[in-house]
Each structure stands twice: as C-alpha cells, then as structure tokens.
Design a protein around this ligand. Sequence first.
Ligand code: PMV
Length: 320
Amino acid sequence: MKSTASAPGKIILFGEHFVVHGTRAILAAIDKRVTVTSSFTDNNTIRVNSELGTLEIPISSSYEVKSEFKPFVYLANKMISSNQSVNGLEITIDSDIPIGVGLGSSSACCVAATASISGLFKELSSEEILNLSIEAEKTIFPDTSGADCTVCTYGGMIEYTKDETVPVYHASTKKIDNTFDLNLLIANSMIPHSTKNSVEKVNKFKENDEERFSELCDLETKLINEVIVVMKNNDTTALGLKMSENQKYLEEIQVSNNTLRDMISSLNEISLGSKITGAGDGGCIIALVNDENMDKVSALLGKDKEYFSAKIDTKGVVRV
Ligand code: PMV
C-alpha cells in the first residue's frame, strides 16, 4: 500500500522576522511542489530517500539523525506508535522547490510528509495535518512561527499572526480571497541560509535596541494594513512600493547582504518593487515585474543566479 501527498512551497510577501515577534505577515503558496510517497515495509526500520541522501534506522530508536531527516523520523515514529503498527515505513521525497533558500522547502516537506504518512493509517483533517506538521518542523526549528506550514497546508494567500494560545488556523489566519494576478519574479542568490541563525540574529538586534525594534514592528503592522487596502484596489504600482518599503525594515534588522542588495538594485529599472523573501542572509528575493519585461531579467541578474516567475498555488496540500 502506498500513500502519496504533495504540498506547495511559499513566499513571504510581507512581514518575515517581525511575525516571529507577534506582528502579522502575508504569505502566498507558489506553484512549486514537494511530493512525498510513503509505504509499509516488512523491515523494522524507517527508511527515508531524498535528494539529500538515504537514511535507514530502527523504529523507535533514539538515534541522532541529521537535521534534514528529523521531521520524517519524528512523524514516522509518532504514527507507527500511535497506530500500534508492526510494519516499518519507507518515505520517498521528490521536490521541485530549491532547498534552504526561503521558499518553504522544509515546511512543504513537513506538510506533505504528514499527509502522506498519516494517509497509510487514516485520513486527517487539514487542521490536524497542520498541527502535526508544525510539531515536525519544530524538530529542526523550535522557534518557527508556524506561518510557512500554514500556507503550505491551505494554499492561496494568507494573513498570518502567530498565536500559540489558540488553535492554529482559525484564530490566527485569514485567507486573502481577492488576490489579483501578480507577476512575481523569484530570484535565487544561490547563497544557502539558516533560518535559525537569522532569527537568532534578529533576536540579538531586539535585545540591543528594544525601542527601535518595537517601532519597526509598529511600522510593519501599519505597512501591512496599507497593503491589504492596496490589494483590494488592485493597485500593483503601490504594492511594489510597499515591498520596497518592507525591504528597508529588513535592511535595518540586518538580514540583508551585498549580494541581495545588488540583485534588488539590478532589477530596479524593470521592477515595481522588490524585497527579500524569507529569512534573508542569502536565499531569494521577490520582485514585481511586468510580463513584457521578463525577457530582460537574465541580462540584469547575471548568469550565476537562478530565477523563475511564480504563480500563486490555490490547492495547498493534496493527497495524490
Ligand atoms: O525559512 P524561511 O527563509 O522561509 O524564513 C521563515 C520566516 C521567518 O519569519 C524568518 C521565520 C518564521 O518562522 O516565520
């Protein structure tokens, strides 16, 4: 018996980092996916196959595994023990989401793996998938705001506020329904980043200057309120300006670097606005670019950068 599920990657349009400290963020799922296939085996092991390598360990082992395998091992052990299964599990991951560059690869893996592995036992609701996938993601990143797993589960565009005192989806997430057709360019700096390290750096910034950090949180909140209005009015030009404004706040909390700044400025002549998406310190930038200018991107960015245009995924996690 096999169970397959897929989940989309994501971008953060507004509010990364500040969302960890309680402000709202706006995220969108994108049309790049990870697919996870799970099956029972006769061995007493958990086997994980991915482009990062293969792992095989005994069930219920307290083996220290590499960080990228932790969520799968956590989910497999949890479901094997809660369903009193006597079988082992084989989990295979196929992804077209670039890894470690802020496009939600690990969250999409957690969400797709939760749906895939649980599908061998029983169908879970979206909310159950979300809660379990956040638990799995916490094995690699305990401070996650939960925003990434939420958008990977539900798809579309969402407003998200971290609130650990209430059930995750209903109270803290609002779907943005009237999204207009955004031409989003995603460009990869090809510098891998660590979300954990960048979040810790921002924590230090906050410790050193509580007052300015609190002002920046207020500015981000104001900006996002304005963004909601701008989106309702389908005003792409104003939306681009808001993205560039958000980039200033990300520069100030020091999650940018010369490569990201160069990429942003090289796209200035064709973009309505651009910013880092995700943790920064590498990873990707997003830019609003009109379709007719897409053929200029390659020359502006240079050959060493990857880029693609993204559409917003509306499906979220699906069993295949
Ligand atoms: O892992 P990334 O690059 O998608 O960044 C996640 C966004 C943060 O706001 C930096 C962290 C979080 O948990 O929301």
